[in-house]
Ligand binder design. Structure first.
Ligand code: HEC
Length: 698
């Protein structure tokens, strides 16, 4: 819409003027080692992806005067995971359904919004709950990877589509939720889907044209596909059986880092699929069964995509462990001399420092409760594992859980304090090949969360010294699923939390200096930038991003009850945030006593629900209430006809509720009966069902 564009441009210009008149120059200190200055141009701020801003106008002395500059409500959004970008006074970010927003950073006014309409691609989007972790900027373009696997280039000024490519093949189980990485003349995108056995890969495209430049697979394919490709031939030697048919995994759905000094990109690869290595790649005596390049950090030549080195954090991965967390580049002293390093805290509970020229391990230590390994051997670079951890002899109980000690939520590194700020958590998982009462067996294994000690299902903001490999300080959290971190040269660390606060800490001590009630839990990472001589902090507010063990991550936020928002702060500002509904830890199930539950259909209803609905509505109809409503509280779900309309006619398709045309009327009523039974159990008007005979296998 050209008129809107012109008005927006005029508006932005008018706002920029007072600062110019005042003669204020944007504070743009020389960024340290590629960290962010006035702009926040990449996912992690600068090319080092450190989540650190060199701005110091907001500091430990004045952070208590930080206030809301403006807020923007984002109707229709659910879980917000994105780290925004800020370039030349415009904020760019993505919403739950891969839409891109451009917002004037000073006024908070929406400049444009591009909706890729992912609901038009249902076959590719039913396999993951809808989230997106951000976009990339380069040379006047914004790039976004959509849930259905398209990579899209937009004109950064207007939001107009420049090109769009399908990065996936038909019928693939992959989907993109991560931010693309723009470097030199290329843009790189990965994808997820390892849990379903999808083979991972990353693809680089030409920024101008969208033409494919190179692709790197993170796991081998069939012998014919591997032939002539040294990286795949080497990887194939660590696999056995017909793995290319059974499933491999290793999808790179999050961490991508460009290294301008060495001309490389680093990709963090995902877990296996199927999880059980005995199913995926049966042990062969005397052979290496590591299953490369699962759960690895892989260095590739940035121009050609050719393999340079890899470091595998979990050989023969078996627990949904992944190395997909962000990777931070830094130069730190090791044994008295500066070394170019890469730092990562993957899910497995260790903190790794690698020499990024060679990929050689420098150090690795536990950052939390870790029971699967004793330590990482610095000579071989391999973990010293505890016995029977691959559930060979029955049940294996281990820490950390599938969610990891640290997941995708970005960590930050301050070169000023020398500390890494990690959104950490603690939980265990009980792994078994046998299904017990109520268990869901997924591709041959059962995984249940364990809460055994006082710190389980809790989080911490952990300040970690990467040189000494030990904690500097910790701030405990009541809940485990919290936001990413931002570190600034003002000696501050910012983090949003599940309980709905954004807080600022003294980066040296962990002392809390400032808190803001955001009215809804936060999982994304804040950023900092400067426009017209003034430093700002921005964060997306939209709790969610996981339906795992619904009860564990439930923080009292209900789907649609609290507005999803972008908040921006500056010193001395006092804008008011319209109040949102308070946290509500209670469930409010509804019921229609005249509804006749078909007892005989409950097993089948349960099975269908797990297969088609649990991803968003939560296992056992208990939603963590962020990706989708809790159906026990839904009036609509009391009426099988209404459910049928939603499923068959796609009545709520554009709101993120997929169309399920293939479910028969009988199946819909089986699901309806199951939902009703669960609502009545929650109301206490029905005895909890023993789902003893129902190991669901898929
Ligand atoms: C990809 C995520 C996703 C999946 C999978 C999914 N839903 Fe939904 N569902 C949603 C969202 C989001 C909404 C809320 C839409 C809105 O804003 O009104 C919703 C709403 C609904 C509603 C309306 C609730 C109300 O009170 O308005 C019903 C009923 C429902 N879903 C049933 C199902 C059933 C049954 C399945 C499985 C066959 C299923 N959904 C699978 C995301 C999902």
């Amino acid at each position: 819409m050209p008129t809107r564009r012109r008005i927006a441009a005029a508006f932005a210009a008018a706002l920029a003027m007072p600062a110019l008149l005042a003669g204020a120059a944007a504070p743009d200190p020389a960024p340290i080692g590629g960290s962010a200055g006035a702009d926040w141009r990449s996912h992690g701020g600068g090319t080092d992806e450190s989540g650190y801003s060199a701005l110091d106008q907001i500091d430990v002395g004045n952070v208590n005067k930080l206030g809301l500059a403006w807020s923007l409500d984002l109707p229709g959004e659910a879980s917000l995971e994105a780290t925004p970008l800020e370039v030349g006074g415009t904020l760019y970010f993505t919403g739950s359904y891969s839409a891109v927003y451009a917002v004037d950073a000073v006024s908070g006014r929406l400049l444009w919004r591009y909706d890729p309409e992912i609901w038009r691609y249902p076959a590719k989007t039913h396999i993951v709950f809808p989230v997106n972790r951000g976009c990339a900027f380069a040379d006047g373009r914004i790039f976004v990877g959509t849930l259905d696997g398209r990579l899209i280039a937009l004109d950064a000024k207007t939001g107009k589509l420049q090109w769009s490519v399908d990065t996936l093949s038909p019928g693939s189980m992959n989907s993109s939720t991560g931010a693309p990485l723009a470097f030199r003349d290329k843009v790189l995108i990965g994808n997820g889907g390892a849990d379903y056995g999808a083979r991972g890969f990353v693809t680089a495209y030409d920024q101008k044209t969208g033409k494919q430049a190179w692709r790197f697979y993170t796991a081998p394919g069939s012998p014919e596909q591997n032939a002539g490709d040294p990286a795949m031939e080497a990887a194939a030697k660590t696999w056995s059986g017909k793995y290319w048919k059974t499933g491999t995994g290793g999808t790179a759905w999050n961490g991508l880092t460009f290294d301008p000094a060495l001309g490389r990109v680093y990709i963090g690869t995902g877990n296996s699929g199927p999880y059980d290595p005995a199913v995926r790649s049966p042990e062969v005596k005397g052979a290496n069964g590591d299953n490369l390049y699962l759960a690895s950090i892989v260095a590739l030549d940035a121009d050609t995509g050719k393999y340079v080195w890899h470091y595998q954090v979990n050989p023969r991965e078996a627990w949904d462990y992944k190395a997909t967390a962000g990777m931070i580049l830094a130069t730190i002293p090791v044994d008295g001399r500066p070394r170019r390093v890469l730092m990562q805290a993957p899910t497995n509970g260790f903190f790794y420092v690698l020499d990024r020229e060679t990929g050689k391990l420098i150090s690795a230590e536990k950052i939390g409760k870790v029971t699967w390994a004793q330590r990482i051997d610095l000579t071989t670079g391999r973990p010293v594992e505890n016995p029977n951890i691959r559930y060979e002899t029955g049940v294996t109980e281990m820490w950390p859980s599938q969610l990891g000690t640290h997941n995708w939520q970005p960590m930050a590194f301050s070169p000023k304090t020398g500390l890494v700020y990690i959104p950490a958590m603690q939980l265990g998982t009980r792994w078994s090949r046998e299904a017990g009462p109520g268990d869901v067996k997924f591709k041959g294994v059962v995984a249940n969360p364990i809460i055994a000690d006082a710190d389980d299902a809790k989080g911490t903001l952990l300040a970690w010294d990467p040189i000494a490999q030990k904690a500097a300080w910790r701030v405990p959290r009541d809940m485990m699923w919290n936001g990413g971190t931002l570190a600034t040269a003002g000696n501050l660390v910012f983090q949003g939390t599940a309980d709905g606060f954004l807080s600022g800490y003294d980066a040296r001590s962990g002392k809390v200096l400032w808190r803001f009630d955001a009215g809804l839990g936060i999982v994304s990472a804040p950023i900092s930038f400067a426009v017209g001589g003034r430093q700002y902090v921005s964060v997306l507010v939209g709790y969610g991003g996981n339906t795992f063990g619904a009860g564990l991550l439930y923080a009292g936020w209900k789907f649609g009850a609290q507005p999803r928002r972008l908040l921006t702060f500056a010193v001395g500002r006092h804008a008011k945030l319209a109040p949102s509904a308070p946290r509500d830890m209670q469930l409010h199930p509804v019921d229609d006593p005249s509804f006749r539950i078909d007892e005989a259909s409950l097993d089948q209803g349960h099975r269908l629900f797990v297969m088609h609905c649990a991803l968003c509505h939560g296992p056992n109809v208990a939603s963590s209430a962020t990706a989708a409503p809790d159906l026990r509280e839904s009036g609509l779900a009391m009426d099988p006809q209404a459910i049928r309309a939603v499923l068959h006619d796609g009545a709520l398709e554009r709101q993120g509720m997929p169309r399920f045309e293939t479910l028969s009327d009988r199946e819909v009523s089986q699901i309806a009966s199951y939902i009703r039974a669960k609502a009545r159990e929650a109301l206490g008007t029905r005895k909890p069902r023993t789902e003893e005979d129902l190991p669901i296998t898929f």
